[in-house]
Design a protein around this ligand. Structure first.
Ligand code: BES
Ligand code: MN
Ligand code: ZN
Length: 499
């Protein structure tokens, strides 16, 4: 959907539908809604006085204007109680409206925002509303061939504004389009089936992103990895017929020589579990085990399109985890890129193996911070549920920056502890470490394992096993790939540029 910013007055705009958000305290209309109401001979106040619309969160009514104003319909959506207002409720409300309008086959709509909702925050309000409107409409359709004409889509949303706000809203619309396009890109990568999203194809997607002037992509093949001694990654790949790829994406928007932020994303294009094979039920969902890698590629794409003045490196170890005669076996010992040895006790704990090599490789860049993103443990879903990312790390400042970004974007994180004694669980009798610490504190011992491969740099690990893929619709995330935590990463990067 295209977003256009136009000068004008919502009550005087010709459109298939205009969208208006209303709080519960709407007995006395003011601002935009007062204006639309007055010009339409009281259509909104009639809706409210009839008791049909109270303004409850995401409550929706469509009024037909019968020529009283140029717009054919007024879609009013509830924003809940003004006192309890949050940006995420605005995202949800706008998603609810645009999805309904799409369902009734509307192709274009217009909206405007009452900025006294959150005084002094025009930019945040606008971005949240537009994000909601766009993100809720996502559909993954490349493999639908029957009745393609029935796929509905809103083509255009006009944001109506006065002269004074016009330049600001233009900037926000641009920024939001960049971010939502990156979310769509991430969701597309994650939704793609594993036969269409192999390590080689993922690497090609990264190369496509690097067509931008400020982005560079370098892909290490198997031979290059062998030379470097990335045996943990190669071990995981050894059961697969697909060649592994180590993807290095560099965005240079900052001063030359300025320490980059390194983002490391797990790029398991299919996780069968390997010889420690997973049960058949839901194994298909393991095509999403490259969600972390996809989020990293998306974040670099957005950072470049937003021209952020900083340097970012993305590292995505990409492989399948498959059982076969050449596959890694429980009991095998691997010498990782760092030189440290790892005893494999469970071939299904493969994510931490490929991340181990990528995290040690990150030291090469002398980064100002390392953030890794991975669908790492089922235990994280047990601990925090489907909607929350697990956060662990060693650097308090970095953790609090990430938590702030999480609050702003609605992509929630919750910290789990990473006390030293958890490392006891991953000690091996005959190697330096073993790759599983058992069921107890599974998310934490996975992070403890990763911590052994971090040099002396601020580091945070984000376990997105829960929120990367949804079984049911959320307000502005249709079920399936969420794109989490790409918006969080971009928000974090934007705020790093302010320091
Ligand atoms: N990719 C999985 C984790 C996962 C599970 C992601 C469910 C999304 C949804 C990971 O590779 C894995 O299999 N982890 C094991 C670790 C265990 C063997 C120590 C797990 O969580 O069971
Ligand atoms: Mn696994
Ligand atoms: Zn996995």
């Amino acid at each position: 959907m295209k977003i256009l910013v136009k000068k004008g007055n919502l009550a005087e705009i010709k459109a298939e539908a205009i969208i208006l958000g209303l709080f519960e305290e709407n007995k006395k209309l003011f601002g935009l809604s007062y204006d639309v109401d007055a010009k339409s001979q009281g259509l909104i106040s009639e809706l409210i006085s009839s008791g049909d619309f109270e303004g409850k969160e995401s409550q929706l009514s469509v009024i037909y204007t019968r020529g009283l104003i140029p717009a054919k319909r007024i879609a009013v959506v509830g924003l809940g109680k003004a006192k309890e207002f949050k940006l995420d409720k605005l995202r949800a409300a706008y998603a609810k409206v645009t999805r309904h309008l799409r369902d009734i086959n509307i192709k274009e709509a217009a909206t405007a925002l009452d900025f006294n909702m959150l005084p002094g925050q025009k930019d945040k309000l606008t971005q949240a509303a537009l994000e909601g409107a766009v993100l809720g409409l996502y559909q993954y359709t490349p493999f639908k061939t029957v009745d393609r004409d029935n796929i509905k889509d809103i083509k255009q949303l006009e944001l109506i504004t006065n002269n004074e706000d016009y330049p600001l809203l233009g900037d926000i619309a641009k920024r939001t389009s960049i971010i939502t396009e990156a979310v769509y890109f991430v969701r597309d990568l994650v939704s793609a089936p594993a036969n269409e999203m192999t390590p080689s194809i993922l690497a090609q997607k990264a190369r496509d992103v690097a067509r931008r002037k400020t982005v560079n992509c370098n892909v290490l093949d198997k031979a290059a990895m062998k030379k470097l001694g990335m045996n943990a990654l190669l071990g995981v790949a050894s059961g697969s017929a697909q060649e592994p790829k180590f993807i290095i994406l560099e965005y240079s928007g900052g001063k030359k020589g300025r320490a980059p932020i390194v983002l490391v994303g797990k790029g398991l294009t299919f996780d069968s579990g390997g010889i420690s094979i997973k049960p058949a039920e839901k194994m298909d969902e393991m095509k999403t085990d490259m969600s972390g890698g996809a989020a990293v590629i998306g974040a670099i794409m957005a950072a470049s399109d937003l021209r952020l003045p900083l340097n970012v490196v993305g590292l995505i170890p990409a492989t399948e985890n498959m059982p076969s005669g050449t596959a890694l076996k429980p009991g095998d010992i691997l010498k990782s890129y760092s030189g440290k040895t790892i005893e494999i006790v469970n071939t299904d704990a493969e994510g931490r193996l490929i991340l181990a090599d990528a995290l040690s490789y990150a030291s090469k860049f002398k980064p100002q911070a390392i953030i890794d993103i991975a669908t790492l443990t089922g235990a994280c879903v047990i601990a925090l549920g489907d909607d929350v990312t697990g956060m662990l790390g060693t650097d308090e400042k970095l953790k609090s920056e990430i938590n702030d970004a999480a609050q702003r974007t609605g992509e929630l994180v919750w910290e789990l502890p990473l006390w030293d004694f958890y490392s006891e669980q991953i000690k091996s009798d005959i190697a330096d470490y073993k790759n599983s610490g058992g069921r107890a504190a599974g998310t934490i011992t996975a992070a403890a394992f990763l911590s052994k491969f971090i040099g002396d740099f601020p580091w945070v690990h984000l376990d997105i096993a829960g929120p990367s893929w949804l079984d049911k619709d959320k307000p502005y995330i249709p079920k399936g790939a969420s794109g989490v935590p790409m918006r969080l990463l971009v928000d974090f990067l934007i705020n790093r540029t302010k320091k």
